[in-house]
Write a protein of this length. Structure first.
Length: 423
């Protein structure tokens, strides 16, 4: 039987309304109830959506009293706007990682907009979707939605082809888009309500081939890092508990900063070479903030700590809020930082200082004043292996750098290449 016209409407909306294997999905008629629960929660939220989901914003801000709850709502639709929102270029615009980064950026903005509020009352929401369109799609129709609070990260990934068949899109792209938007709106509102403590829809623990969801509850120390109440915490080799009391324990003197996404053989070979040269143990330093990348959430922290510990269980890991080396130097005076030439080049680039050479030179002077130095390893840049001697650096920065020559160490693998080659 061939369905046409209004018959497809019946099929689509019946698909939306009927119970699914992945759980009960609320219909659009329940939006007023969901929004009421959100507005009564006492929470304050910032929402960021791209590729769809804007209906959730409309449902909220069109309701009287929304200004008590909604601090801000943004739609960074272009790639440039998305990069600006999350603080770095994502590996993929529509992905779980991007939804989480959007939620974290939203949470950080909520903290700035409501600086006097209880941090536990703030919620950041991120949504990125690849919905039905009038063009041929290269991948599956899907949505990723995330929530970030002071003590948890939650994310869900849903294949829309399991909600509205691709046949609907081929027959009527506009109808399929409307259906995808309706499903996205209801699901996003349900996540917001859930994150605000309302018992409208239970997302926790939901996982199947059709719907992947996970939640990470934060240890106290990592929550304090997110909120700025703590600048550093250390995961020791013999403990699963974050701990660091600067008054009782000696500060690390050799640190290897990095994103470690993922850690690879080059990192571990560099660490071993640095320890052999300096005669002191390495501590990995993982900053939750980075000038070129989105801030890390609790899922990312756990994954990267676990990856480092799985590959190297003998070294401590310092989690910090220090996005710049000036900040790292304040936290770790008299430390040697193990870096690649790409990192030392970034320290010298005026664009990280608002194009001000004066501010750049002040930052370098502060690092030197704190007694810090850099042990610089060569690496391949734009197809050419370069070492410290190949770089044109400010004199004051060059004075606090020591070189590891290519004859002593060379490893061309990079985390970026590994991510790109991952299935």
């Amino acid at each position: 039987m061939r369905l046409e016209g209004s018959d497809w409407t019946v099929v689509v909306w019946s698909l939306l309304a009927k119970p699914q294997a992945l759980g009960s999905i609320l219909s659009t008629s329940d939006h007023h109830e969901i929004v009421g629960e959100i507005l009564a929660s006492g929470r304050q939220i910032v929402i960021a959506v791209t590729g769809g989901g804007s209906g959730a914003i409309s449902a909220l801000v069109q309701t009287p009293g929304a200004s008590r709850v909604v601090l801000d709502a943004v739609v960074p639709y272009s790639l440039a706007a998305l990069v600006d929102w999350i603080g770095g270029k994502p590996d993929q615009a529509c992905s779980e990682a991007t939804a989480r980064a959007m939620a974290m950026a939203a949470f950080m903005r909520a903290g700035w907009l409501a600086s006097d509020a209880d941090p536990l009352s703030l919620v950041g929401i991120g949504f990125t979707g690849s919905l039905a369109t009038d063009r041929v799609k290269l991948g599956q129709r899907r949505i990723h939605l995330a929530a970030q609070t002071a003590d948890r990260t939650e994310v869900h990934s849903i294949r829309l082809t399991d909600q509205i068949p691709d046949a609907v899109q081929r027959h009527d792209p506009r109808l399929a888009r409307d259906a995808d938007e309706a499903f996205s709106t209801t699901t996003l509102l349900s996540l917001i309500a859930h994150s605000c403590g309302a018992l409208v829809a239970e997302f926790s623990g939901r996982s199947s081939d059709l719907w992947q969801g996970r939640v990470e509850l934060a240890p106290r120390e990592r929550g304090e890092l997110i909120l700025g109440a703590r600048q550093v915490c250390v995961v020791k080799p013999d403990s699963n508990v974050d701990s660091f009391n600067q008054g009782d324990e000696p500060l690390p003197t050799v640190l290897f900063p990095g994103a470690f996404n993922p850690p690879h053989a080059g990192h571990f070979k560099m660490a071993a070479a640095a320890e052999a040269r300096l005669g002191r143990p390495i501590v990995w330093e993982l900053s939750i903030a980075n000038v070129d990348k989105p801030p890390l959430d609790f899922i990312a922290m756990r994954e990267r700590v676990e990856a480092l510990r799985k590959a190297d269980g003998a070294r401590s890991i310092a989690l910090t809020r220090a996005a710049t080396f000036r900040e790292k130097a304040v936290l770790f005076p008299n430390a040697t930082f193990v870096v690649g030439v790409d990192t030392i080049l970034r320290i010298a680039e005026p664009r990280y200082y608002g194009e001000s050479l004066m501010l750049r030179n002040k930052a370098i002077a502060k690092i030197a004043e704190r007694g810090c130095r850099f042990l610089v390893f060569g690496r391949k840049l734009e197809g050419q292996f370069m070492t410290l001697g190949d770089l044109n650096l400010p004199v004051e920065l060059r004075r606090i750098c020591d070189e590891v020559p290519a004859t002593e160490f060379r490893e061309d693998v990079s985390s970026t290449d590994l991510r790109k080659s991952a299935p």
